[in-house]
Ligand binder design. Structure first.
Ligand code: ADP
Length: 888
């Protein structure tokens, strides 16, 4: 490589299309075209000593640029060239004559003489064409003076462009040359060390730097990397050594930079790759271990399914990020690892929650809504009207922040079913959240996930269940929430019901905000008083009083019976409950404000009927299409061992028809006997009051409970003792004090009331008084039993019986004034249910009577009392004879 080459004046020319062979470069080419094969054959293969050929770059006319000296020649001039084909490794030279004949190729005027290092000959089947594979080494530059065609290939008259030894020595003295060669060597060294580092090869290349002259080195280096054709040409054209060196330095330096940039990128990519590869590897190992253990449940598939579910859950962007982070954490965990399950359950919840899923609200038709309400509920005119108003506002302004409706009333009056009717009218889904007995704030807001067994709150749970974010949500029994050390559920509910805050409701378990603003909230309560004022402030109370027996009858006939029959797979063809029987059920078996027990009793009747029919049906199907004729005659015959006579039912009649025949034949009509058989002996009767007040010392009070109004008997009795008052029946402080006040008042007026002679005015001398409030197991409190207590005491001490048809309510002051009480409407309704005819009320409660249905008022005598004496006057038969003598 180092020795200088003697070039002949003429060289056979092998064209390289768009490719340059530089001195010092080694290249392997495959010659297949006839001209190149001929060239190789004549110039290289058949010669004893290895000859030289010239490699000349050519380029297409289309690509020509004024980059260097080029000579043009039309290939068309020589028809023999037509089939010439030169293959030059990756070069495009083989396309030389594949192009159109008339195409002009441009020959470069400088080329490189090359020597064949290796030659091999092959025969291409089936045509028998010969091909050569030649390994060429570039030796030195030459310049073309004349290009001509000799035989099948080109030859050129050339002259070498290499410097003579003397010239070379001269240049080596040139300081410019010295600097450029130093610079080049430094850059080349740098490149070598970078490459060696990369490929971890030995210092072989470095030896080159020491041994090869620098001007040759420049070519060798440049030839070793990928460059554009233009750059290769300009390198070829750099005949001047200084120019060549500076060009080579520039190219080597550029190559060095690009290697560095590529290295940086690779390092980055490698870093990432190795991390994920590591993960992949570990996972594979984990899977293998699991398989070994027989523990290969499809966790991965599950997680992929979970991820898909999460993706389709429509979470807001920030929540998705949070969820995705958690999922990544989960993926890295082992299923046996603590926290795996909780994390998974958490993500399942996130994926299940209806972040965007809504039930499509249809155009609200108020008339249809009204019809719907009417068809579902009897009576309740005012309530239904208010609901329609509420719906009308929603129709006009769907996002109106109207108040939360809260239905208040005793159980079974239709609060829940009204709320569900609202959902129907709005075309939304309905979900009921029971708040009864909720004392822990976590029940509403959930437990933080750090707790073992933590769960989301009831609201989030409900939303998951209903799977839409805009349901009608019923907060049932909102008055039954209480607060204790575990927090205050009411304050959490406040946040829920506040339109300003519920957009970002924060469930502790969920730990990301959930938008509750699309939920329509409706609440129910038995009583208003226990509801915290702040909560009450957010709601509009709609009271549902209890029903009168007449209303109950209508509700039963129109709504309950058809529904109950339907629920039991029956119809009026099978079971008929006459109105009179329903009335009896109402009177004797239920004494409630609502209709829940009534419905239960009717269901009991339906159940009994269903059993009966089901048994009959079975009997028929067992007979397999045949019905036995049970006649005494037949029984006799059977007894005699004779063959039973059968009636064959025609083939066309199926079991269904048979059972129908049964049904129609024996449609059950409920009668009194059946009522007793199924429902048991009557639980209540109208004589109860009369029986209970048969002895002096018992009075009838009216009280108010969570179940609506109730009749409450008060029993008093006296016995030998030390003048003490005994109270029983789970009484609260207020009621105990009422009893004390009552006794004091009676003792003060003992003489006036003719309970004791004037001279022995200590009523309690030598005796104790015991007052009891049945039912003993039910806690009672409140001041409204004041008048009832006094009446019982007066009855006891005077040994006069209280009127059985009269009930009373009212708080009494120490001086005997009767003060108004609450729940008058419910109390009057309760008296009506009990069949009581007269009700004594505080005078100041007169205004409350407007709420009582008129038919109830019509059936009752309402007596208003201002003072205790007025009560006594009305409570006893024949009035109160001692009234006139009263001085107070
Ligand atoms: P609440 O929620 O007040 O305790 P529900 O709504 O559960 O009561 O009602 C109990 C049953 O009584 C339901 O089957 C309901 O349809 C029925 N009901 C109550 N009031 C009426 C009414 N006015 N008309 C028809 N059915 C009624």
């Amino acid at each position: 490589m180092t020795e200088s080459v003697e070039l002949p004046s003429r060289l056979a020319i092998l064209p390289f299309r768009n490719k340059v062979l530089l001195p010092g470069a080694i290249i392997r080419i495959r010659c297949t075209s006839s001209s190149s094969v001929k060239l190789v054959e004549q110039e290289l293969w058949q010669r004893e000593e290895k000859g030289l050929i010239g490699i000349l770059p050519v380029r297409d006319a289309a690509e020509i640029k004024s980059v260097g000296p080029m000579a043009s020649q039309s290939v068309d001039t020589d028809s023999r060239e037509r089939n010439s084909k030169i293959q030059v490794c990756s070069s495009d030279a083989n396309k030389l004559d594949a192009k159109n004949q008339s195409e002009i190729v441009h020959w470069h005027t400088r080329g490189v003489a090359a020597r064949a290092l290796h030659l091999s000959r092959g025969v291409e089947k089936p045509s028998g064409r010969v091909t050569y594979i030649v390994v060429l080494e570039g030796l030195c530059r030459f310049s073309v003076h004349e290009l001509s065609i000799r035989g099948p290939y080109h030859t050129a008259r050339i002259s070498s462009l290499e410097m003579t030894k003397a010239e070379m020595e001269l240049v080596e003295q040139d300081p410019d040359f010295i600097t450029s060669s130093r610079q080049f060597k430094a850059t080349a060294l740098e490149l070598i060390s970078v490459l060696e580092q990369k490929q971890k090869t030995g210092g072989r290349t470095k030896v080159l730097l020491e041994t090869v002259p620098v001007h040759k080195l420049a070519d060798i280096f440049v030839a070793s990397f990928e460059m554009s054709f233009e750059e290769q040409l300009s390198m070829l054209d750099s005949v001047d050594i200084k120019v060549r060196l500076s060009k080579a330095t520039e190219l080597v330096d550029r190559h060095l930079q690009s290697i560095r940039v590529a290295e940086k990128i690779t390092q980055k990519v490698e870093g990432q790759l190795s991390k994920s590869q590591k993960e992949f590897l570990l996972r594979q190992q984990m899977r293998a271990i699991k398989e070994e253990l027989g523990d290969n449940d499809d966790d991965e598939d599950d997680l992929a399914a979970l991820e898909r579910k999460m993706q389709s859950a429509g979470m807001p962007q920030n929540i998705w990020k949070h969820a995705h982070r958690e999922l990544r954490r989960l993926k890295k965990m082992q299923p046996q690892q603590p926290g795996y399950n909780s994390s998974r359950v958490y993500l399942e919840l996130l994926a299940d929650l209806p972040w965007q899923n809504v039930s499509e609200e249809h155009e609200l038709d108020l008339r249809a809504a009204k019809e719907h309400l009417d068809s579902d509920h009897y009576g309740l005119v005012k309530v239904k009207q208010r609901i329609i108003e509420y719906l009308a506002v929603r129709k006009l302004k769907p996002d109106a922040r109207g108040p939360v409706l809260c239905f208040v009333g005793p159980p079974g009056v239709g609060k829940t079913s009204l709320a569900s009717s609202i959902a129907d009218a709005l075309g939304r889904k309905f979900v009921r959240i029971s708040l009864g007995g909720v004392k822990d704030e976590a029940d509403i807001r959930g437990h933080r996930r750090t707790y073992i067994g933590s769960m989301p709150g009831r609201l989030i749970e409900g939303l998951k269940r209903v799977a839409v974010c805009n349901p009608v949500m019923l907060l049932d029994e909102i008055d039954k929430t209480g607060s204790d050390v575990r927090g205050d559920p009411a304050s959490a509910l406040l946040e829920v019901l506040d339109p300003e805050q519920n957009k970002t409701f924060n469930d502790h378990y969920l730990n990301v905000p959930f938008d509750l603003s699309k939920v329509v909230f409706v609440a129910t309560a038995n009583r208003v008083q226990p509801i915290p004022p702040a909560l009450l402030d957010r709601m509009e109370i709609i009271e549902l009083p209890g029903y009168t027996p007449e209303e109950k009858l209508k509700i039963a006939m129109r709504h309950l019976i058809p529904r109950v029959l339907d629920q039991h797979g029956l119809s009026s063809e099978f079971l008929q409950i006459p109105e009179a029987m329903v009335k009896l059920v109402i009177q004797r078996y239920t004494r409630e404000a609502g209709v829940r027990n009534l419905e239960r009793n009717l269901a009991a009747l339906a159940r009994a009927a269903a059993v009966k029919f089901a048994e009959q049906e079975q009997a028929v199907s067992l007979n397999k299409g045949m019905q036995r004729i049970d006649t005494p005659l037949m029984e006799n015959r059977l007894a005699d061992g004779a063959e039973a006579e059968m009636e064959v039912i025609p083939m066309g009649v199926n079991n269904h028809d048979i059972s129908n025949a049964f049904r129609i034949a024996s449609a059950l009509v409920v009668d009194e006997a059946m009522l007793e058989k199924i429902l048991g002996p009557p639980r209540f009767d109208d004589n109860e009051t009369a029986e209970r007040v048969a002895n002096p010392g018992v009075s009838v009070g009216l009280v108010w409970t969570a179940f609506g109004g109730e009749v409450q008997f008060v029993e008093a009795t006296a016995m030998a003792g030390k003048g003490e008052l005994h109270l029983t029946g789970q009484l609260g402080d207020v009621i105990k004090e009422s009893a004390q006040i009552a006794l004091t008042w009676v003792r003060v007026r003992a003489t006036d009331l003719k309970l004791a002679a004037a001279e022995e005015n200590n009523l309690m001398e030598g005796r104790d008084i015991h007052i009891h409030f049945p039912a003993g197991a039910v806690p009672k409190d409140g001041p409204s039993a004041g008048v009832t207590l006094v009446t019982a005491l007066v009855s006891l001490l005077s040994q006069k019986r209280v009127r059985a048809d009269t009930a009373m309510t009212g708080e009494m002051t120490l001086r005997g004034l009767v003060l108004p009480v609450g729940g008058v409407k419910d109390k009057v309704l309760a008296a009506h249910r009990y069949g009581i005819k007269r009700v004594i009320l505080p005078e100041r409660n007169l205004k409350d009577l407007v709420e009582v249905p008129s038919q109830v008022l019509a059936s009752l005598e309402i007596l208003l009392a201002k003072r205790m004496e007025d009560v006594l006057e009305q409570a006893f038969d024949g009035g109160c004879p001692w009234k006139q003598h009263s001085k107070l």
